[in-house]
Ligand binder design. Structure first.
Ligand code: ADP
Length: 158
């Protein structure tokens, strides 16, 4: 049976931290679906179309990575596409506290759905989409935190 993982998130926008996590997880799975969870209550900086477009661009060279999006429960989405695993990253203790509860809930709601955690590399553990959005809104240079395709596109070069 093929091992399929969903990497759910807002990806508003995708950062080099997310990309590193997916690349490190690739040897563990046959396929990774990087999926934008759509929450209409939550205001995002970038549109769903833009976030999906960037994910497609960033992962187009990885044949084992697909891009998707969903509304509703992550566990239901995983089930609907035959994924037995969720992939999440842990940067610090507050990620752990939050993720622990969610993964326990997903294990119940997802009837055995397992969450696989990778600890972020030290070089990426300070990077979050929230910080990147603040830098962008403040007119700073977010280039060090963004995949090159995304940085170029934000600056009108693609
Ligand atoms: P959410 O909307 O769930 O916060 P994010 O897009 O911020 O989604 O993050 C999705 C996942 O990526 C989470 O598991 C988060 O811990 C992980 N992640 C985000 N940034 C990094 C990073 N710099 N290094 C490792 N994992 C990360």
């Amino acid at each position: 049976m093929s091992k399929i993982a969903v990497f759910p998130g807002s990806f508003d926008p995708i950062t080099v931290g997310h990309v590193d996590l997916v690349e490190r997880a690739l040897p563990l799975f046959d396929k990774i679906i990087v999926a934008v969870g759509v929450n209409n209550q939550k205001k995002t900086l970038y549109s769903l179309e833009k976030r999906l477009h960037w994910l497609e661009e960033v992962f187009q060279k990885d044949p084992k990575v697909e891009v998707g999006h969903f509304t509703g429960l992550t566990a239901h989405y995983a089930h609907s596409i035959g994924a037995g695993y969720l992939l999440r990253g842990l940067r610090n203790a507050s990620d752990f506290d939050y993720e622990k509860t969610i993964s326990q809930l997903n294990h119940i709601v997802g009837e055995g759905l397992e969450t696989i955690f990778l600890i972020s590399q030290p070089a990426y553990s300070h990077i979050s989409s929230t910080i990147v959005r603040e830098i962008i809104k403040g007119g700073g240079n977010a280039e060090p935190f963004l995949p090159v395709e995304v940085f170029r596109s934000m600056n009108g070069n693609s």
